[in-house]
Design a protein around this ligand. Sequence first.
Ligand code: ASP
Length: 584
Amino acid sequence: MYRSHTCGELRISDIGKKVMLCGWVKKVRKLGGMTFVDLRDRYGVTQLVFNLETQSELFDTVDKLGREFVIQIEGNVAERASKNPNISTGDIEINASSITILNESKVPPFTIEDNTDGGEELRMKYRYLDIRREPIKKNLELRHKLAIETRKFLSEKSFLEVETPILIKSTPEGARDFVVPSRMNQGQFYALPQSPQSFKQLLMVAGIDRYFQIVKCFRDEDLRADRQPEFTQIDCEMSFVQQEDVLNIFEEMIKYLFKTEKNISLDFNFPRMPYEIAMRNYGSDKPDVRFDMKFNDITSIAKNRDFVVFNDSEIILAIVAKSCSEYSRKELDSLTEFVKKPQIGAKGLVYVKYNTDGTFKSSIDKFYTQEDFKTWADKCEAEPGDLMLILSGETAHTRKALCELRLEMGERLGLRNPEIFAPLWVVDFPLLEWDEETQRYYAMHHPFTSPKQEDLDLLISDPSKVRANAYDLVINGVELGGGSIRIHNKYLQNQLFRILGFTEEEAQKQFGFLMGAFEFGAPPHGGIAFGFDRLCAMFGGQESIREFIAFPKNNKGRDLMADSPSEISEAQLDELCLVIKLPK
Ligand code: ASP
C-alpha cells in the first residue's frame, strides 16, 4: 500500500489517525528545527511537519527535498495551530514520522501554481507539469463531467453511441483533409474524418434511428484560439425527424447541461433567428445577443448629399452606443484605429454625438445639417447623450467590420457579461454560396443539406436564393453547434451535386457509397454536431479551447511537447512509395 488517504481528504475529524500519504512536494519551508512541506496530489494539498530536532534520522532525506520530488510519508493527523481556510485540509497537518523519496525531480521550468510564471509555449512543452496545476486539472474535470452528462442525457433519449472509423474516404466539410498514406495500397491515401458525416447518415440507412458519438474530427485549416486541427464533436443524427424535432431535443440537451453543470436554468425557448436577419441586424451569423446595439441602415437618408465617401458606398450602417456622447477625442481616435486594423479593414469611422442639450457634433459636420443628424438619430432611435458610430462601403465588408466594432463597443461598455448566457438558433441559412474566384457554388453547410421544400423551384432559376434546412446553435457570439436536415432522395442529391459542379463520375467516385446506400431505403433524417471543446471552454468561462484539451497543438499545428509533426525515415518513405518534394 502506497497511501491510506489522498492529499485532499483529511479533516479535523481525522485527528489522531495514523496515515500514509503520497504526492509531489509543492513547497518546503524551514523554520528552526521544523520543516514544513506542502504535499500535493490530484485531490489537494496537505501540510506535513517534520520535527528534525526529535527525529534527526529524517534530516538527510528532508534536507534533500526539492520542488516536485515524489515522496511517501507516514505520520499522525494533528490539529493545526494556524489554520488555512483557503484549502480543504487547512484545519490539520501531519506530524510525519517517516519519509521515502519515491522519485526526484529536476527544478520545474515554471512554477506549478494557479498563477504560473510560465508562458504558453513553455506550458505546452511541459504540459504534464502544467496539468499538475489546479486550473488545468479543473478544466479536465469539467470536460469529463460534461461528457458523462452528455452521454447520460442522450442515452436516456435512446441515442446509441456508435464508433465510426478514423481512416476513411474524404468527407466534405469545407476544410482541407489530413491524409494518411496506405502501405498496403500503394499510392493511395485515407483521409481523416472532418466529421463522421457520411457514416452517421449510413447508420440512419442502417436503421439506428438515434446515433451519437463524442468523437475526434480533423480539419487542416488555419488555427485560432477556438480552433485546433483535431477537435472533438458531440456528433448526432436522427431518423424520421424534421428541423423542429432536432432543435427541440438538442435545446433540451443544452438546457440539461447548463442546469447540471452550472446550475443555470435557461427557462425559455431559445429564439430562432433567420440568417438574413442575423446578417442584417448584427452583420454575423453568430450574433452575440447579450446586448442589443443593432445595425441601422441609414443609406437612403445619408447618401446622395455632398459627402463623397457615403455617395460611393453601397450601404451606410450605424450603431448607437448608449450614453457615450461624452467620448473624448482620444477615445474616438482609438475606435478609428480599431476599425482600421487590417483584420477589420474599414477605411475610417464616422461619429455623430447626440449631445445632452439636443445638438449634434460629428466628424462630418461640414456635409450635413443638424436636421440631417436628427433624422438619422430618429431612424436609429438614438437619444440625447448617445453616440452614433457609422461605417459605409460594400455591403458584406461593411457588415463584417461593423460587427467587430459592435463587439468591441459591447466589450468596452461591459455589455458582454460572462455570467449571462444568451443562446439562439440561427436558421434558414442559404443552401449555397457563390465563390467569385472559382466561379462556382459551394454548399454553405455541406452537400447533403436539404433545400427548403418551398424553395425547390429556385434551385433552377436562382440557386443563390434557396434556403436550407440548416441551423446553428449560437451562445454569446460563439457557434457551438450546427447541423441540417439531409437530402434522402438520390435524384435531389444528384441535382445538388450538379449545381455544385461535380460531374456524374466525380460524384460517383467521391460519394458513390453513400448514394448507393440511399437506393436501399434511406429514411428521412437530420442531425447536428456540437463543438465539444468550445462547449467546455464556454462552461469554463474561457476563450481558448486549448485550456480544455489535455495535449493541444499550438497555432502552427505543432505539438511542442513531442515536437511533432516530424520527418520520417527514408525506409518509411520507401515503404509508402513516397518522395518528399519541398517547395524551392
Ligand atoms: N457534420 C456537420 C459538421 O461537422 C454537422 C452536421 O451536419 O451534423 O459541421
